[in-house]
Design a binder for this molecule. Sequence first.
Ligand code: NAD
Length: 362
Amino acid sequence: MSLFQEDFTATSAAVRVRFGAGVRHAVDEEMDRLGLSRALILTTPQQADTGAKFAERLGARAVGVFSGAAMHTPVPVSEDATAMAIRLGADCVVAVGGGSTTGLGKAIALRTDLPQIVVPTTYAGSEATGILGQTEAGRKTTITTPKVQPEVILYDAELVRSLPVGMTVTSALNAMAHAAEGLYAQNRSPISSLMALEGLRAFHAALPRVLDNPDDLKARGETLYGAWLCGTVLGQVGMALHHKLCHTLGGSFDLPHAETHAVILPHAIAYNQQAAAGELAPVATIFGGPAPGKALHDFATRMKAPLALRDLGLREADLDRAADIASENPYWNPAPVNRAGLRRLLQAAWAGDAPASWDPAT
Ligand code: NAD
């Protein structure tokens, strides 16, 4: 089936992407290519050792390491790191980590215009977008601007090998959610759809092999390939119900990011599978049908992903408020978004039930 559309606009960011086991050692080459010589290295506290190794390897090209990156990019942390970059006269940032560390690099770029080299160690996909989510005084806001789009991405399978199996699965499902929602985005293009399907195929093929052997570098590399494609889709098109629900659950109930994506994905896709039947049909084909939501649920079950919001700490008593918040200012979505439909979806996701095949309009 062709993905041709009669009308579309496709915009691609100018990003240099390199893949390969060991490619993390090419940070110096990439700095030279851009005429840069003073890197501030960024990590989370948990990955401070990795940051120290980068600093050692870069020698005089590294002017410092900031190991304070935190989930949801808190503004005070970004301000501290930006002050450090300015104080040390950094001319670029090198973000080594998952979406939290990439987010910090973007926050510094927003404030300083410093170029970013990102070395991802999860599948979250933030490195491939011009989107920055920040939190201040408990409120999360999102900015989309080319100013925060990283210039260089180095995907090194050896670095993602240390991602624990549980996080590997939830992070992969987080990435797959960008692709699945990209398929029915209003502003999709044939190119974004091609990338979305190829990204889903890559995870379907490689994730089971990673679970069998987390040290399988070829399979790890293929999952990173999936992450790049899915993240690029996220950077090109608008997201819908799935992302709105995850932002609600993360922002208002403090549920963990990747795990929440993993639980919600099959339910959100099932909600939309009648309204976007043609766009989602290939998902059922890739994951072995019959319906795309159920096929994703079966895959998540096989991958031993978390399946229930109650296991992530959400109380059943919170479901009404979650449905209220998620149905306020909804993102555009192929199926009509109504509170009763969301409440049913949330109940099933809370309990860990398989997604129902239902018409959300009824
Ligand atoms: P994360 O970056 O918060 O990482 C979670 C934990 O895993 C951290 O302690 C980290 O140090 C550790 N870790 C990461 N890689 C590891 C590895 N290979 N080995 C061992 N430990 C490792 O988690 P995430 O899911 O990658 O990112 C989530 C954040 O990214 C959220 O704040 C989310 O909003 C944001 N995000 C933003 C975008 C965007 O386009 N702006 C896209 C996706 C996610």
